[in-house]
Each structure stands twice: as C-alpha cells, then as structure tokens.
Design a protein around this ligand. Structure first.
Ligand SMILES: Nc1ncnc2c1ncn2[C@@H]1O[C@H](COP(=O)(O)OP(=O)(O)O)[C@@H](O)[C@H]1O
Ligand SMILES: [Mg+2]
Length: 200
C-alpha cells in the first residue's frame, strides 16, 4: 500500500483529488472525492480509457492510464503525470495560462492547437465530453513549444456508441462540444469557464 502525505497533493477538480506518487514522480494518483455521488462519472471515464487503450490509440494527446493502486486514502486511479520537458515541473493547465497576464502562449496559439487536437481526436474516433482548459495540461517541450495533453473528461454518454464507430459522427459531436464550451475563441472560453465556476 502506498502512503500519501499532504506534501504529495498537487491539486483537485470537482470530482477527484490528485497526488504525485511518492516514489515515482512521473505518476499521478487520483482519488475520488465523494465516493457515492461521483462514482458513476469516474467509473465511466476509466472504462472509456481502458477501451481506448485496448485500441492502442490516444497517445500522446491523452495522459496514459495505468490501472488502480491502493493508498492510505483509498483506491487511486494511476495516470502519467504531465511534466514540462524544460524544467520537469508538473505542467500547468491551459486554464492557468489563460488567467496569466504574462502567458508565453497566445490565445491564437491555443486556438490552433485545439483545432489540431480536435482533428486527431476525430481521426481516432475519441470523444472528450468535458474538453475544457481545466482538463488540458500544457506540456512545455525542450524546444519551448507546447503540447496539449488531456488529463480528464474523456468519454460520452450515448447508450449506443455510434460516435465511436463513424468518424462523421465523432466530428459532429466534437464540433458541438467546441460550440457549447466556446472553444473557438479563448475570450469566450474564459467567460464560459468563469460562468461555470459560479455554478459550482
Ligand atoms: N496527469 C496529470 N498531470 C498533471 N497534472 C494533473 C494530471 N491530472 C490532474 N492534474 C491536475 O489536477 C487537477 C484536477 O484533476 P482532474 O483530473 O481534472 O480532476 P477532476 O476529475 O476532479 O476534474 C487538474 O486541473 C490538473 O491541474
Ligand atoms: Mg477536471
């Protein structure tokens, strides 16, 4: 069993608390917040991850899932920790960069990178239902360019998974997600996130 301390804590979202593995700093351990209420969402995501990984696709634009691990705080889901190549620090999220006045990455760059990301997702017929700046880490590469890596929010809620079978349906659904979450303009996406934060 792995013992997690306060010092291993790196951050959290609505559903999970994230820790760095005390012995392997390239692994991110995620623990569910209210087990009962959020079980189904996280479980669905894990199932979807397993499905994608069986098809051997999704990398490097999704952080890799490595199964479960017992910790003193409960069962954790294990993922690759996204780190910058330049510093080996844990990569900041796109949200962190969008809030910074001195961000090294422009809104235009993020818009281009997001469109590229959508292209790869559609080609691989992968759905990311909660694609937002908070669920994307920006990995700074050695040459100072940036790679977007999705760390959360994968999957869809369709009972019959047609969107995983036909590229045209994946594209249609991802376009809808981009529209809904205002991902074609970072100014609008910032506003959308601010509004959504108020709701939680
Ligand atoms: N694989 C990872 N690599 C680096 N940082 C991560 C990783 N997974 C999560 N984080 C950080 O932890 C925060 C919350 O994680 P997330 O998986 O989005 O939780 P939730 O399911 O509650 O939304 C993220 O916004 C990010 O800053
Ligand atoms: Mg999240």
């Amino acid at each position: 069993m792995v013992t997690l301390h306060k010092t291993n804590y790196i951050g959290e979202g609505t559903y999970q608390m994230c820790y760095v593995h005390p012995d392997f700093n390239n692994l991110c351990l995620k623990l569910r917040k209210g087990i009962r209420t959020n079980k189904s969402r996280v479980d669905q995501e894990i199932k979807y991850y397993e499905k994608i990984q069986k098809r051997n696709i999704g990398f490097p634009f999704l952080s890799k899932y490595h199964g479960e691990l017992e910790t003193n705080l409960g069962i954790a889901s294990v993922f690759d920790m996204v780190r910058d190549e330049t510093t080996n620090d844990i990569s900041a999220s796109m949200y962190d960069y969008l809030l910074r006045d001195d961000s090294p990455f422009s809104d235009e760059l993020f818009i281009t990178k997001l469109k590229e990301l959508k292209g790869v997702l559609v080609k691989n017929k992968i759905l990311i239902r909660d694609l937002t700046a908070k669920n994307i880490c920006c990995k700074v590469l050695a040459n100072k360019s940036v790679e977007l890596i999705i760390i959360d929010g994968v999957g869809h809620r369709d009972f019959i998974p047609m969107v995983e079978w036909f590229e045209i349906l994946t594209r249609r659904k991802m376009n809808k997600i981009f529209d809904r979450k205002k991902l074609y303009s970072m100014t609008e996406h910032r506003e959308w996130l601010a509004h959504r934060n108020l709701l939680y």
